[in-house]
Design a protein around this ligand. Structure first.
Ligand SMILES: Nc1ncnc2c1ncn2[C@@H]1O[C@H](COP(=O)(O)OP(=O)(O)OP(=O)(O)O)[C@@H](O)[C@H]1O
Ligand SMILES: [Mg+2]
Length: 258
């Protein structure tokens, strides 16, 4: 169950692929307004857990509570509309549109899709101008302003990752779920992105759940860390506690060569 302080609670989530138990009874929660990271070795089930939480894949068992509601049976787009937005480990930007168009398209459909029909041309233009201004601001924060007019297909891998983050931000989520947002992004910009997310948390109450392999980043920015191994949650605690835990060191921090 979720209380007012908990935005996401995942209970006994499971999903297998053939004989592989990708997620095997995972239970964890995310506090509202926190930056929580999800760590674990390659193949631990982190991305699959994201897919199950957001509804992009169906779970064999378990429940997902978001902002007080049981969303376990909702479709992915309905979960997204409730304020749960995620990015993908492999990006999904639209190559044949410009960077700016990609960002603008991701704006929420407020004032409501039906409303668009009754908007006067003047109001429509002002809404478009508003979305464009918001998109340009987001592009500026993610360091892509100069690419605004370029086709997304021409972006590098790291730049696509940034655009994907930008698109997720345009949706103005309550919970932002990021799958390895820093992978392929240069460290300076990576730090700027974290600062930006931190600012959104202060200004807008954004909650961030992110999958990350860089332990300096994880330990530096997280309020809480969820550790997964072999489909299960080994522990969830503050970074200083996780860092010292013998089980985590054995399972991940010590032996891992990543
Ligand atoms: N669609 C799928 N079909 C078959 N097996 C899958 C599928 N998706 C994931 N798996 C398997 O489930 C396990 C967990 O994969 P997952 O991608 O969730 O791991 P991860 O923790 O995100 O790893 P990484 O850090 O490498 O991204 C792996 O053994 C993987 O091969
Ligand atoms: Mg993954």
């Amino acid at each position: 169950m979720t209380d007012a302080d908990t935005i996401l609670h995942v209970d006994g989530l499971a999903r297998h692929f053939g004989g592989v138990k990708a997620v095997d009874g995972a239970t964890f929660s995310v506090k509202r307004g926190s930056i929580t990271s999800l760590i674990g070795p390659n193949g631990a089930g982190k991305t699959t857990a994201f897919n199950l939480v957001t509804g992009f894949e169906s779970a064999d068992a378990g429940r997902v509570h978001f902002a007080g509601d049981d969303v376990s049976r909702l479709r992915a787009d309905h979960r997204a509309r409730k304020g749960m937005v995620r990015t993908f480990q492999l990006t999904r930007v639209l190559g044949k549109m410009t960077v700016l168009e990609n960002a603008m398209l991701a704006a929420p459909d407020q004032p409501g899709e039906r409303m668009w029909n009754v908007l006067t041309p003047r109001r429509w233009r002002s809404r478009e101008a508003e979305v464009k201004a918001q998109a340009l601001e987001v592009l500026d924060e993610i360091g892509l302003s100069e690419k605004a007019g370029d086709y997304a297909a021409t972006l590098s891998g790291g730049q696509r990752k940034l655009l994907e983050l930008g698109r997720a931000l345009m949706a103005r989520p309550d919970l932002m779920m990021l799958d390895e947002p820093m992978a392929g992004v240069n460290p300076t910009l990576g730090r700027q992105l974290l600062e930006y997310l931190d600012r959104l948390r202060t200004e807008r109450g954004l909650t961030v759940l992110f999958i990350e392999h860089d332990m300096d980043v994880v330990m530096g920015v997280s309020d809480e860390v969820v550790v997964m191994t072999q489909g299960r949650v080994l522990m969830q605690d503050r970074p200083d506690v996780v860092r010292k835990d013998a089980r985590v060191i054995d399972a991940y921090l010590g032996g891992a060569d990543e």
